[in-house]
Design a protein around this ligand. Sequence first.
Ligand code: IMP
Length: 197
Amino acid sequence: MGYAMDHLVFATHNQDKLKEVQQLIGNHIRLLSLDDIGCNEEIPETATTIQGNAEIKANFVYKHYQYNCFADDTGLEIDALGGEPGVYSARYGGENCSYQDNVNKVLSNLLHVQNRKASFVTCICLIINQQVTFFEGRVKGTITSQPRGEKGFGYDPVFLPDGYKKTYAELTLSEKNKISHRSQAVQQLITFLNHGK
Ligand code: IMP
């Protein structure tokens, strides 16, 4: 049994993410962004885990705006760096750093390091009528020694998913979306919304 609802809040200001997820979810549930519900502030992401940050964002919306909602958080976990950058992926190179700064820091921290195993992890926290449910998408891979590819964003040029010869940044968006950490988590969310547990 699925959930009968005509709208659901996605706790993000990012219109690209909203569009991408709306397309995956289909037309029967209309996604509203934070801006659509009049929340113009940045929700502080103060947790020390990816799951914790997704929960903070979803809780914030549920508590302050009383909407059923979900939030996501993503990080790159590198084995040889003890799981770094992890929850700090967006600002690994420092406050207001660029994607390039983050990539450079990863490559310099892995200079001469043999074990280049890493995982991309997306956690989604969904709150419907006070019921909290988590979904996790995970893709294993390795960190290349040089950036490769022009597509994508963030750490895409240095992430080589297991079983592929191309980095995320060398794959087309639709190729990346077929396997990505984020799309896996979103697919689980969609199955849950359509069929329940
Ligand atoms: P967010 O939680 O989706 O905002 O992601 C946090 C940070 O992780 C971003 O600022 C990016 O640096 C990185 N990131 C998230 N998703 C991806 C991805 O699909 N490819 C590469 N980097 C990503």
